[in-house]
Every structure is written in C-alpha cells, then in structure tokens.
Design a protein around this ligand. Structure first.
Ligand SMILES: C[S@@+](CC[C@H](N)C(=O)[O-])C[C@H]1O[C@@H](n2cnc3c(N)ncnc32)[C@H](O)[C@@H]1O
Length: 487
C-alpha cells in the first residue's frame, strides 16, 4: 500500500490554528493546583469521592500526580479513571444564569481559542484514563466537528468508538425559519487503548397480535429476523433450540422469543448510536431539576456510565455543573471525582447529593433510591479561584432551650450580595465538633426545611462535642462560616 504523504509535523492531516501548542509542551507547562480540603461529608478516608472547586486545567494536573502516586485506584486494582464524561461550554458566547437569576458561568471563549482550551484539557484527560478507560465529550453543532478532528489527533483515529447523537426531541423551541430545527447534541466517545463495553437494552411494549409478532404451537410469542451471516452449524444448533422459522417460500429466519406482560409483549432492543428516548432537562421530573443552567438528564449519564464501567470504577467529570455525572455514578455504585470552577455549581452539587435519598433509582425505575450517601470531600484550589469575602451577613441568636436541652439557632436576619431576606438563604450546615481546619458535616438543613421551621435550627445539646461551625450558604452558592458560641 502506498504510504500517504505527511506534513512537516509528520501528520497526514491536522487542524491548524494560531497558538496551537504541542502535547508535550502542554503537559510540561501546567503546574498542578494546590488543593486544600475544606469540607468532608461523612467519614472521608483517602480514596473517597472528591469534589473540587477550581480551574480544571491545574486540578487535572493534580489528579495526574495522584494517579502516579497510586491514589486513583479502581475496585479491580487498575490505576486511573475508567470513564470521563465532560460537557464543557459550547463556545456560545453567552453568560448562563441559574433559575433565580444567579450567575452560574460564562461561556465566552470562542473560535480557535475554544478549540485550544478544550484540547489542553483533553491532553491531560487522556493521561488520567486507565488503559481500558474511555472518554465521552458532549458537544453541539457549533464545535463538534472541530473537536472530532482534535480528538483524532489527541487519542488517535483508531481509538474513536462512536459519535452518539442525543436527539432530545423537537420540543425545544429551536426551529429557525429556513432550516431544519436543531434538536440533537453530539457525544464523541473515544477509548485510550481498549475499553469496557456493557451492552445496553431498552424495552419496548407491543400489543399482542401486532404485525410481525407470532405465537407458536407452545404459546410462546416471537418475532423473526433474517438468517444474516449465521453458518450452517449455527443454524443447526438454533434448530435444536426451536429457534428456526421457515417462511412460506422456505427461507430461514431466526426466532426471538419475547417476554409477556398481560396483553403486551416486551421487546429488548439493543441501543444504537442514536439516543432518542431521553428527553432534555426541561422535561425531567421536578425532583431532578436543580435550577442550574445546562443541566443534563440523569438518564443520559446513567446510560454512559453503565455502558463503559463496572461497579467500583472511578468516574470523572471535569465540568461538573449541577453534578449529574456524580449523582449517576453515586447511584450506580461507582466512585466519582467532580471539578467545577463555579461556586453555584459546587453548592448545587453538595445540596443535590445530600438530597439524593428517595429520588429515582436508576437500577429499578419503579423504586426509589434509598442507599446512604457515600462519603465525599470538597477541595478548593489554594490559588484563589474562589471569592473569600462572600458579602453574606447573618443575624442569628444561639440559645439553649432549658426545657428540651436543645441547642437552638434562630436566624433572624440574612443578607447576601444582591439579595436580602430569608429567601436568599439556601442552606445551613453544622459541624458539632469543628477541628479548626476541615468542616465535617453533621447536620444539613435545606431551604425548604428552614422555611418550615421558621428559620430555627434545633439539635440536642448532647450532640455538641466541641466548637460548633455553622456554614450559611446563599442562593448564589456563596458561603459564610461562623463559629457558633452555644456552650
Ligand atoms: C455545560 S456546564 C456542565 C453541566 C453538567 N453536565 C450538568 O449536567 O449539570 C459546564 C460547566 O463547566 C464549568 N467550567 C467551565 N470552564 C471551566 C474550567 N476551566 N474549569 C472548571 N470548570 C469549568 C462551568 O462552571 C459549568 O458549570
């Protein structure tokens, strides 16, 4: 075979734009972020789930160092991340806001700068994968084609697995005059060297007697498909199992028996690369909605995680947003790492994880998810990604109720940047024995609970073992930490 001609970089073809750095230079030039553990939810040990607030480039470099030290270990003993899902900004040139008009994040990097922004992260993400790990990159029509070329360069064309079309339906008002409505996203799937794949089926219900479905003499319902490339010996084996159907003109078809449910048949259908059975986040249940913009449906992440990982594997989302990946990973028994630079994102994720119980169970759609939340830690980049003076002012009274021997915190006034009054208060978290360093959650009070109790928090005095740290969070995700003087 004639060898294809190559350019000066030894490549047959590549995407060219100004300020494109070499992969080696990217890895050599990025300093790892210094991450400081600020909160722990449950009894966190090394190896527990991680949520990082910070710029993801330097945080990814820190994770690479952790991988090198053997600190990112899957249940089967392999080192690194098994599945990465990222849903980065899409170069929309927009500023995204939460349901209550809070600032969420800006998507202002466009053009070649956007491609290079993503490429740098992809170079590091590849380093983090296990050899049989894989990455899903969620994009839309604006940049998917450029990023496909970039991913071919970073991962190798031979490691491309699928471009999944997530067709979320014609419900979005995206129809533009003079062109077809845009109602799908693209998810590019690449492996590092090999990959795990668990086939996923969906179930379709069909009325008994529908065309193409037959009942045999033993009362079993079946449908048939052409012989395809089955060999004669395979056909003989299938015949012994009663799985051969002869048409009137004598051609061989293969029988597939179907499950029954009353007057319906249940057909298991293998999922292909067009996913049109998962509606967008506007059409998810109320208890799944977080109010964070660009939230993706949990069902999408459940499918991705189930397909490409096993229980105990580590799943990473470096653009975590509302934490959909982390929630799906948690419910499916995978370990997880989430990174996001936004305060609203991290606050949304914490609140969402703490309210996970009694939401939808992805393993059993008719049941609720009732497992305790596994421990996780929150880290912050020391480099100052995060605003320290939150502008929150709280007027609380800390009392002891002599009759019940309860500690009582009465939140009488609350003010935060741009909003004041109790409506601006999003949650309160309490550590009954603050160690002077890391906040350890003992009690969480959601906005709903606070409203219902008239903004009064009560807990038995016996629970207080040392200094009490109280974290007040506003609807923007800003926090104010108070060392409460109760005893
Ligand atoms: C499209 S949203 C992700 C939504 C998420 N998939 C979900 O289901 O909620 C993108 C997220 O990336 C975060 N982000 C953007 N640039 C970042 C960066 N350089 N480092 C860390 N996070 C970043 C934004 O704050 C935003 O939350």
């Amino acid at each position: 075979m004639r060898r294809p001609p190559k350019n000066g970089n030894g490549k047959e073809y590549e995407l060219v734009y100004p300020a494109k750095e070499t992969g080696k230079k990217i890895v050599a030039s990025i300093e790892p972020a210094q991450l400081e553990k600020i909160k722990s939810f449950g009894n966190t040990l090394s190896g527990s789930n991680l949520l990082v607030r910070g710029e993801n480039l330097s945080a990814l470099m820190t994770l690479i160092k952790m991988k090198e030290k053997g600190l990112l270990k899957n249940a089967d003993g392999t080192h690194g991340i098994r599945v990465i899902y990222i849903d980065p900004p899409f170069a929309t040139n927009l500023a995204f806001k939460g349901r209550k008009n809070q600032k969420a994040y800006e998507d202002k990097i466009v053009g070649a700068e956007f491609v290079e922004f993503l490429r740098k992260r992809l170079v590091l993400l590849k380093e983090l994968l296990t050899d049989d790990g894989s990455i899903f990159v969620h994009l839309d029509w604006k940049k998917a084609h450029y990023v496909k070329v970039i991913m071919d360069e970073v991962f190798g064309e031979e490691n491309f697995l699928n471009d999944i079309v997530w067709s979320y339906g014609g419900r979005g008002a995206k129809a533009k005059a003079g062109q077809f409505s845009r109602n799908h996203d693209i998810i590019l799937w690449y492996q590092k060297k090999t990959h795990l794949f668990n086939q996923i089926f969906t179930q379709k219900r069909i009325k008994k007697g529908a065309s193409g479905f037959r009942e045999d003499s033993e009362g079993r319902w079946f449908k048939t498909s052409p012989r395809g490339d089955y060999t004669d010996s395979s056909i003989a084996a299938l015949k012994k199992e009663g799985r051969i159907y002869l048409t009137k003109n004598g051609s061989i078809r293969i029988k597939y028996f179907l499950k029954e449910d009353g007057d319906c048949l249940i057909e298991d259908k293998l999922i292909g690369d067009v996913w049109d059975d998962i509606p967008d986040a506007m059409h998810i249940s109320e208890d799944e909605k977080t109010g964070y913009p660009t939230q993706k449906p949990e069902a999408l992440l459940v499918r991705i995680i189930k397909a490409a990982s096993n229980k105990g594997d580590i799943i990473l989302d470096a653009f975590a947003g509302a934490g959909t990946t982390l929630v799906a990973a948690e419910k499916l028994g995978r370990a997880w790492i989430g990174i996001d630079s936004g305060g609203l994102s991290v606050h949304t994720i914490e609140t969402r994880l703490l309210g996970l119980n009694d939401t939808k169970d992805p393993e059993n759609p008719k049941k609720r998810y009732l497992k305790p939340l596994r421990p996780f830690s929150v880290f912050e980049s020391v480099e100052g990604c995060c605003e320290k003076d939150s502008g929150i002012k709280v007027r609380s009274r800390y009392l002891i109720d002599e009759k019940t021997n309860d500690c009582v915190i009465k939140i009488e006034g609350f003010k935060s940047a741009g909003a004041s009054g109790h409506e601006a208060l999003s949650s309160v978290m309490v550590d009954f024995n603050f160690d002077g360093d890391v906040f350890n959650l003992h009690k969480f009070y959601s906005a709903k609970e606070l409203r219902e109790t008239g903004y009064q928090i009560r807990f038995p005095l016996s629970m207080v073992k040392g200094e009490v740290m109280v974290i007040y969070s506003d609807i923007h995700g800003n926090e104010r930490w108070y060392l409460g003087e109760i005893v």
